[in-house]
Ligand binder design. Sequence first.
Ligand code: FMN
Length: 328
Amino acid sequence: MTGGFNSPPSMLLTYTPPKFMIGGLPVHGELILSPMDGYSDQPFRSLCRELGSAVSYSEFINALDVLHGHPRLEERLAYLPEERPVIYQIFDSDPARLVEAVLKLSRRAPDAIDLNLGCSDRSVAGRGAGAGMMRDPELAGRAIGMLRRALDIPVTAKMRLGWDDQQRNYLAVARRLEENGVNLIAVHGRTKAQGYSGAADWDAIAEIKQAVGVPVIANGDVRSVSDIERVLAHTGCDGVMIGRAAIGNPWIFSRLDRDRVSKERVRATMLLHLERSLAFYGERRGLVLFRKHASHYLLPLKFPPEQRRALLTAETPGDFLKILDLLD
Ligand SMILES: Cc1cc2nc3c(=O)[nH]c(=O)nc-3n(C[C@H](O)[C@H](O)[C@H](O)COP(=O)(O)O)c2cc1C
């Protein structure tokens, strides 16, 4: 007999509760690939997602490109259905322009929109977008409020700790975001002035977690499985975002340190990543864009420098594969 009281539907047997919610959106995992311009594209995101990253954040998207068009915009917006939940990350200094852009983006059916409050690049922060918006907590809050009202999907934010050591206004910003309805906050534990160096301040991330009721994701200086456990314990956060340490090491999302991954597995994953890159960008660009990932995959492997150089300058996928086959 099937389907009776003694044989519950298989859904019940496989149901696992979400780790946390982004508004009404369940997230089934606490590790997330960071949005990274030039890296977290569809080929790499989908790979990380399969290995355990719980959410796909797009690379940052300039609202002006959405409104006026950009030759590479389509590549940034493309995602695979199996990547869901998919979050488009957007930046601009003007809340009205952000709203106009995300309304256009909503036709692409993302699961949520993330406001970038962290980009430290002069061309972005210098015009009051990205980390530049953190200098004005009221404006950041207003942008979140307007996005929330304009959209019927959750709105998240990714912030830093402030502009520099004199303006570590992270609590004021986090509170304004929450008051205006933000559904999740990811925190890179550095100021804009620090860029990507110096220690990430996990104490400050813990303070933010204490100060707000929405889920908080910790980010910065997470390089190993033990770092994952340490940052979760230290901050009490709901999840961890991993950026640079995932490049060349997507297995971190399966809680595997790189030294536990066999050479065969590295080679197989590189092949898969290369295939996806070629399929997504076409042969020429696909190979060129894959090279920067390849150099990270190869970093811990020992083989002659001339072979490494040959691999990283291979002109065709066929040449690349031939040289890769020589690695033992
Ligand atoms: C090459 C690169 C590109 C990045 N692009 C973005 C981006 O598009 N959006 C964003 O919010 N953060 C971006 N970041 C910041 C990362 O998401 C992350 O906050 C930062 O690298 C700290 O995390 P990590 O120590 O794990 O790398 C970028 C970082 C790097 C290294």
